[in-house]
Design a protein around this ligand. Structure first.
Ligand SMILES: Nc1ncnc2c1ncn2[C@@H]1O[C@H](COP(=O)(O)OP(=O)(O)OP(=O)(O)O)[C@@H](O)[C@H]1O
Ligand SMILES: [Mg+2]
Length: 607
């Protein structure tokens, strides 16, 4: 009776169970909020569930009466046969509606939870993502929601149905024969409970085996992804040893588990059949003494089987419900985390909300900042600077000095601890995040392309852009030429499953995105640092065009690219140590910028 498929799939997910307590139950009940308008269907489903439980309990009684009717008359036999047929007909109908209703309710509930969780996740502040691994978030979205779904469609229903059968069946047993009922109650639950614990012990093994398999899969995945590393270090044998060791562990665990499973089967066969034989023996004795009719005996056996199976099954359903409550708690935890306030359109069709266009004046005033995940390190110490609209401001400084952090603050990924950021002489807090970010575009060092066509990737800067606009943007980004070179042109699939673009090509796609977005403020985080000189020229040319008429913040290691900046701000250990134009800074004796320039100039002469 236990739904075997159910627990094996849940076992795959490896979700922990939680003790059901008042507070965890309270959290779980919040799920019902997502059932919303479907709660009546849920109740109706429960009614059908109870009806299937009742028909299940009536069945052994009817069987008993059918057997005994052979002693009465042919009419009575036919009558009981017909009644049984009707009973099963009803059971079939009830079961159908129960399943359909529960699935409808659950799928609608899952849909609203999925949407709510994703909407919430995507609006989380950056600090949330810095503290969690993507895999963990992903498993919330998949494993936890799948567990909730399974539990709502099946486990809760099975749990209640088996509960009805256990209670109803035991009552019916006592009505059938007191003596037999006491004997049965002394044996069957004990065997069933031992079987449950034994079964759990065995499943512990298969869980361990699965964990080991997962670990060995990680090895395969890592080495395949980093195959160039493995080969270049000639570490094939090292990896092979690592994999073999894990595989050996899998083998020994699985064999030990197999022995336990064998013992389990022997135990079940012996105890179960032993118990049945004992009961039949006792029942036959009672029958021969005239204390029990033949029909009552059949009826009794059927009730025993039903109750026994339900006791065995209900523990599993309970475990599933516990897991689902844990899953619910974790999902609710995400939903309870404070998110950023981002305005989403309320329509179901895609649209870009109109936003206020900035002029592009930006000012940092005494900004101090620590990352929320590393409170003890002050990454920015009292940073002040000003960018007038249309100016180019360059940040220069050693690695880890805080340059990227400054751009993260401009984008308002984080809030500074003290000090204020002004946009067009108004405090950043006076704008909505959506308004601010709609006015900015970033060309990062490592451009991420989404799985899809090049056209879609460029259109990410303006999702409702026309094809003409996209081509225009690509031309401005020096990307049109290489895109047209592909057989499929703008419909070339890129990203994980598509073709791989070179670093410079990806950069130019990112620039095209920024061109389409037409932002007032532009952030270039080492946009050319990883490129060879030819693609650097193409990218730099595109960037120069893009920067015209916008306030641009440029982070560059190669100082030759920022010579013409309106102001160069030299950052060291989170502080502004120098600032001014190239000519100002190059004249400073012992200045950091002068030294860095000299080093690079000599280096370039050498190469
Ligand atoms: N998300 C984060 N959480 C905690 N600390 C961080 C985070 N990002 C950066 N840091 C730390 O903040 C400091 C400044 O980092 P930042 O990325 O701003 O440096 P950078 O000047 O851009 O360096 P690079 O030139 O190497 O890109 C570093 O010490 C870094 O370890
Ligand atoms: Mg950086």
């Amino acid at each position: 009776m236990a739904r075997k498929g159910g627990f094996s799939s849940a076992e795959d997910r490896g979700l922990p169970k939680v003790k059901i307590s008042k507070s965890s139950l309270k959290k779980a009940l919040r799920l019902f909020y997502y059932i919303g308008p479907y709660k009546w269907r849920f109740l109706l489903g429960l009614v059908f569930l109870v009806l299937t439980g009742i028909t299940a309990i009536v069945f052994p009684r009817f069987m008993g009466l059918l057997v005994d009717s052979s002693q009465i008359s042919l009419d009575r036999i036919n009558e009981m046969g017909l009644k049984l047929l009707v009973l099963f007909g009803l059971q079939a109908i009830f079961s159908f509606f129960r399943v359909v209703l529960f699935v409808q309710v659950t799928e609608n509930m899952l849909l609203s939870i999925r949407k709510a969780t994703y909407a919430h996740l995507i609006q989380m502040p950056m600090s949330f993502f810095a503290q969690r691994r993507v895999g963990e978030i992903n498993s919330r979205m998949s494993a936890d929601l799948a567990q909730i779904g399974d539990t709502f469609t099946t486990s809760i229903a099975e749990f209640l149905r088996q509960f009805i059968i256990i209670v109803g069946g035991i009552i019916a047993l006592f009505f059938t024969s007191l003596k037999l009922a006491f004997l049965m109650l002394a044996i069957v639950p004990v065997v069933a409970i031992i079987a449950v614990f034994f079964g759990r012990y065995i499943r512990g093994f298969s869980k361990k085996v699965q964990d080991k398999i997962a670990e060995s899969n990680v090895i395969v995945e890592e080495t395949m992804q980093g195959i160039a590393n493995v080969k270049s270090f000639a570490n094939e044998f090292f990896e092979l040893l690592r994999y073999s060791k894990k595989s050996e562990e899998i083998k020994s665990l699985a064999i030990t588990g197999g022995k336990a499973r064998g013992a389990f089967f022997s135990f079940i066969i012996f105890c179960l059949f032993g118990a049945i034989i004992l009961l039949i023996w006792f029942a036959v004795k009672l029958e021969s003494e005239g204390l029990l009719s033949h029909g009552d005996m059949i009826q009794f056996m059927l009730y025993t089987v039903f109750v026994g199976a339900s006791i065995g099954g209900i523990a599993e359903q309970y475990a599933q419900i516990q897991k689902a409550i844990g899953a619910t708690e974790r999902v609710m935890e995400i939903l309870d985390e404070p998110s950023e306030t981002i305005q989403l359109p309320t329509t179901s069709k895609f649209s870009v909300l109109p936003y206020k266009r900035l002029e592009g004046n930006v000012r940092f005033e005494n900004i101090k900042f620590t990352y929320p995940s590393r409170k003890e390190v002050e990454v920015l110490k009292n940073i002040s600077f000003e960018a007038k609209k249309g100016q180019t401001i360059a940040f220069v400084g050693p690695s880890g000095s805080g340059k990227s952090t400054i751009t993260a603050l401009i984008l308002r990924f984080y809030e500074p601890n003290t000090g204020s950021i002004y946009f067009d002489e108004k405090k950043s807090s006076e704008y909505t995040l959506t308004d601010l970010r709609n006015n900015m575009a970033i060309v990062p060092q490592d451009v991420l392309l989404f799985g899809g066509t090049i056209r879609e990737n460029i259109a990410y800067g303006k999702p409702d852009a026309s094809m003409e606009e996209i081509i225009e943007a690509a031309k401005k980004a020096n990307a049109h030429e290489f895109i047209s070179g592909f057989p499929e042109g703008y419909d070339t699939i890129v990203g994980e499953r598509g073709i791989k673009l070179s670093g410079g090509q990806r950069q130019r796609v990112a620039i095209a995105r920024a061109v389409l977005k037409n932002p007032a403020i532009l952030i270039l985080d080492e946009a050319t640092s990883s490129l060879d000189s030819e693609s650097e020229r193409l990218v730099q040319e595109a960037l120069d065009k893009l920067m015209i008429g916008r306030t641009s913040f440029v982070i560059a290691h190669r100082l030759s690219t920022i010579r013409n900046a309106d102001s160069i701000i030299v950052i060291d250990k989170g502080e502004v140590v120098e600032s001014g134009t190239h000519t100002d800074l190059i004249e400073k004796q012992n200045g950091l910028y002068r030294n860095l320039s000299k080093l690079q100039f000599e280096h370039e002469k050498l190469t």
